[in-house]
Structures are given as structure tokens and as C-alpha cells.
Design a protein around this ligand. Structure first.
Ligand SMILES: [Zn+2]
Length: 384
């Protein structure tokens, strides 16, 4: 059997396969070539592979690959897609992995998170199925950067099952036991246009939005008074009024106004409950008004994540890395694996600070350290 190509060569091959996912159809594309490459490497290492197209987007797919048999295994999970890229900001071709003398490796998705798969595959390749008491499950998802529909499809299908999951998002190889959740919503208000000299001729959607924004900020203040978690750098829930569009002329009553905003939830806050309360408050505000309201979700939303710090996985990763577990502000697929019943921690090489940016990079040292860490985790959870 030929050896698996080096970790750097694996990252190079994955970076060369475009797999942007985006709510904007102009940028969105299939992740299938990345999935197929991973599937063939997994088979090479001895995994049984299962590629499943997404029910609502059959040109995209998830991969679940299993080495060994039985319950209580360890999932190593990552997403295959990247965000869109701004070519003018890149010093190099985003689809060509470029290394520097100090070990940096530049390329789109190198840190977030194609590098993870190289480390996970190399860690798993050190083990043979017949030496494993519990299975290693490598999971590669679609659409994490847009809708998280890949992870949602896994949850709907109730698979995989295992005892532990490590999601290899870039955390500088520190264990992360908690992150915030997110809602992204769009509020549209429709009134009636008219000549501005006589307000009775119309119903101003812009003035109504002023009322709606005050309601949103009041809701934010209440949430911030009720919820606090000092593990987070920003210890309270946040609500950001991100974009507003409406009206066309100073002398015309504004007929339509649209606002988009996000709301970031702390662990313990209920995603659907918070969304329902938001809707109820705004609906009450516009009950009987001349302006009508529509509240739509721009994305399905990601729940906040938390796993107990005293749990086996956090404790083991703290011991293996020598670093204390922490909470971060970005969202991951961790809550979906947790919902499948796994103790789930986020831990991977590279920095989130360089992700979603031109000149994204990881490093050879980071890949090597991640490979060692995942191999040790496999030894602890699947062999001993
Ligand atoms: Zn990511």
C-alpha cells in the first residue's frame, strides 16, 4: 500500500478544490470534489466511507467515514466549505497553497478548515481497525459557512452516534467548551407613500422602523440584564442593527423600510424561544398600525454550545494540550454534535483571526501539533 501523502500535500490538494458556500447563489458551489478526495483518502487508510448528498441540495454532500466498530467512539469533525474570497486582497492565488520559510501555509480554507482534515487523517492513519476497541469517525460536512445544512442533515438522520466529538475549527489548539449562538433576522415594514407636505396622505415605514429599533434596543437591554456569562470576552448577549434600507426622497413619505440585525445568544438561552419573543414584541408594537410588518430569518440560526468543563473530553484535552478550556464568540457545528448525544469540544490548529480574510494561513507546526493531539485523543478514547 502506498503511503498517505504528507499532511501539507493533503492540504494543498484540498485548497486547490474550490468549495465556497454562500447564501448568495453567485458565489455558492458544490463541495463534492473535496468530499470525494477525502473519501478516497479515508478508504486508503481503511475507513468505511458513506457519502450522503444533502436532501435539499443534492449537488452537495456530507461524508461519514468509520474506522473500527461498535458504540462509544470518537468523532473528528470538520466542514469542507469555505467562505467567498476577495481575490484583490490576496498576495497569492487563494487556491494554491503557498509555504514560507517560517512554516506558514497560505491558502483559502487552510485554517478554516481544510488543514484539520489533513491532521485528522494522519492521526487516524497511525491506527489499524483491528487494534481499535471503539471506532474513529471522521465527519466532513457541507455548508457550515452558509446554512449549516450539512450538520442539520446529520442531526435529522440521527448520525453519526459516538460518545465524544472534537470539532477541529481553528482555536490555536486550545480546547473550547462553549460558544455563543446566533440569529440573523430581517424586519420589513410596509406603509404607504404620499406627498410629504401632508402626512395624512401616507404611512411612513421609516418612522415605524424608528419605533421598531427602539423596541429591539429595549429587548437587548432586557436580555443583557437577564443573561451574563463571564467566561466570554463579551459577557452578555448582543444585538447588532446591521443594515437599513428605506425611502427614496426627502419630500416623499417612505413606503417601505428594511432592517437586518443579528442577535448572539449565550449558552442557556433558547434559540427558538428568543426568536418567538422577538416576534411577539414587534407584532404587539405594530398591532393595529397603518404599517404592516414581516419578520424573516436570514439563516435558520445556530444554537449556543456548552459542554461541562468537568466532563471527560474537556478534562482530557486540557491535560493533553496543557491549556485551560475557554469560551469563544464564533459559532460552530458543535451544538449539532452535542444534540446527537456527544460530549463535544472545539479544538483545532490555526487562528480564527486569520479565517474569513485574505491571506488566510495555517502552519506546518500547527498541522503537526494537531496530528499529535488527535492521535493521542484516539489512543485515549478508542484504544485504551
Ligand atoms: Zn470554520
Amino acid at each position: 500500500m502506498t503511503a498517505l501523502p504528507s499532511a501539507v500535500e493533503l492540504v494543498r490538494a484540498l485548497v486547490a478544490e474550490p468549495s465556497v458556500s454562500s447564501p448568495d447563489p453567485r458565489h455558492d458551489r458544490s463541495n463534492r470534489t473535496v468530499i470525494d478526495r477525502l473519501a478516497s483518502w479515508c478508504e486508503h487508510v481503511g475507513f468505511r466511507v458513506d457519502v450522503s448528498p444533502l436532501p435539499n441540495a443534492p449537488h452537495k454532500a456530507n461524508l461519514v467515514a468509520t474506522l473500527g466498530d461498535g458504540p462509544d467512539g470518537l468523532v473528528l469533525a470538520g466542514h469542507t466549505d469555505t467562505v467567498p474570497y476577495d481575490e484583490s486582497g490576496w498576495a497569492t492565488d487563494p487556491f494554491e497553497l503557498v509555504g514560507t520559510d517560517d512554516g506558514k501555509l497560505f491558502g483559502l480554507g487552510s485554517a478554516d478548515m481544510k488543514g484539520f482534515f489533513a491532521a485528522a487523517l494522519h492521526a487516524a492513519s497511525r491506527f489499524r481497525a483491528d487494534t481499535l476497541r471503539r471506532p474513529i469517525v471522521l465527519v466532513a460536512t457541507a455548508d457550515e459557512e452558509s446554512t449549516m445544512d450539512g450538520a442539520r442533515a446529520l442531526l435529522d438522520a440521527k448520525r453519526p452516534t459516538a460518545r465524544f466529538a472534537i470539532v477541529g475549527e481553528p482555536t490555536g489548539l486550545s480546547p473550547v467548551h462553549a460558544h455563543k449562538g446566533i440569529l440573523m433576522e430581517q424586519l420589513t415594514l410596509r406603509g404607504r407613500s404620499g406627498h410629504s407636505s401632508d402626512p395624512s396622505l401616507g404611512a411612513s415605514a421609516l418612522e415605524a422602523m424608528h419605533v421598531a429599533m427602539a423596541e429591539l434596543l429595549a429587548f437587548r437591554a432586557e436580555l443583557q440584564a437577564e443573561h451574563r456569562n463571564d467566561e466570554f470576552a463579551v459577557a452578555s448577549p448582543t444585538l447588532n442593527l446591521g443594515k437599513i434600507e428605506g425611502g427614496d426622497s426627502p419630500n416623499r413619505i417612505c413606503a417601505s423600510c428594511r432592517l437586518t440585525f443579528d442577535l448572539r445568544l449565550l449558552p442557556g438561552m433558547d434559540l427558538e424561544g428568543t426568536r418567538a419573543e422577538l416576534r411577539a414584541r414587534l407584532t404587539k408594537r405594530f398591532d393595529g398600525a397603518l404599517v404592516t410588518m414581516a419578520l424573516d430569518s436570514l439563516v435558520p440560526g445556530v444554537p449556543p454550545h456548552t459542554t461541562p468543563r468537568e466532563g471527560t473530553l474537556v478534562q482530557t484535552l486540557e491535560e493533553l494540550t496543557g491549556r485551560s478550556s475557554r469560551a469563544v464568540m464564533f459559532c460552530t457545528e458543535a451544538p449539532f454534535f452535542a444534540a446527537l448525544g456527544m460530549e463535544t469540544v472545539v479544538c483545532g490548529a490555526g487562528s480564527i483571526d486569520v479565517a474569513h480574510q485574505p491571506n488566510e494561513h495555517t502552519s506546518r507546526q500547527g498541522l503537526d501539533a494537531a496530528t499529535e493531539l488527535y492521535a493521542q485523543a484516539i489512543r485515549r478514547f478508542c484504544v485504551e
